[in-house]
Write a protein that binds this ligand. Sequence first.
Ligand code: 5GP
Ligand code: MG
Length: 176
Amino acid sequence: MFVKDRNFKIFIHESQIQNRIAELGKQICTDYADKNPLFIVILNGAFIFAADLIRHIDIDSEITFVKYSSYEGMESTGVVDELIGLDADIRERHIIIVEDIVDSGMTMREMLDDLKKYSPASLEVVTLLQKEKSIAIGQKFQYTAFQIGDEFVIGYGLDYDQKGRNFKDIYIVENE
Ligand code: 5GP
Ligand code: MG
């Protein structure tokens, strides 16, 4: 698959993604029964993952969205900007952050530090992908669908300069 100026190949198939999300959904329902969790989805990348995940959630729950930006092209800019802030009161709430991918872990660390200030009852993360870089520095999340290497991936919500979010599978960049 050619996107912008690079070749990408299928890395994780749609069926694998969907099976894993169903498992995570089930697990979350068990863990959060009677807790009315609030899902905070990090836009843009996590929008498809979140849409599929919450359709496996059949317990009382709510969902809201925030937007940060730290990536341009295939490199993190190292600066996390808040573009859309939180519109919900999270004090005493059970919070589950929904993220597409954790790379260096910087975005997630900022987000967690930020949210802790509002004294939620609990604060956990569900991420579709986690890269080795953040695994290596010991970052661990309650729910991770797939652990991957440090290669650049797109599809299933993840973009390469805004392209590829619509792909049903996850693709990996092909080295030339
Ligand atoms: P971090 O702060 O953990 O380094 O980067 C987190 C954000 O960078 C993710 O939420 C995601 O938007 C973006 N990102 C990191 N790695 C990738 C990747 O391989 N592909 C795409 N499309 N975005 C990525
Ligand atoms: Mg993201």
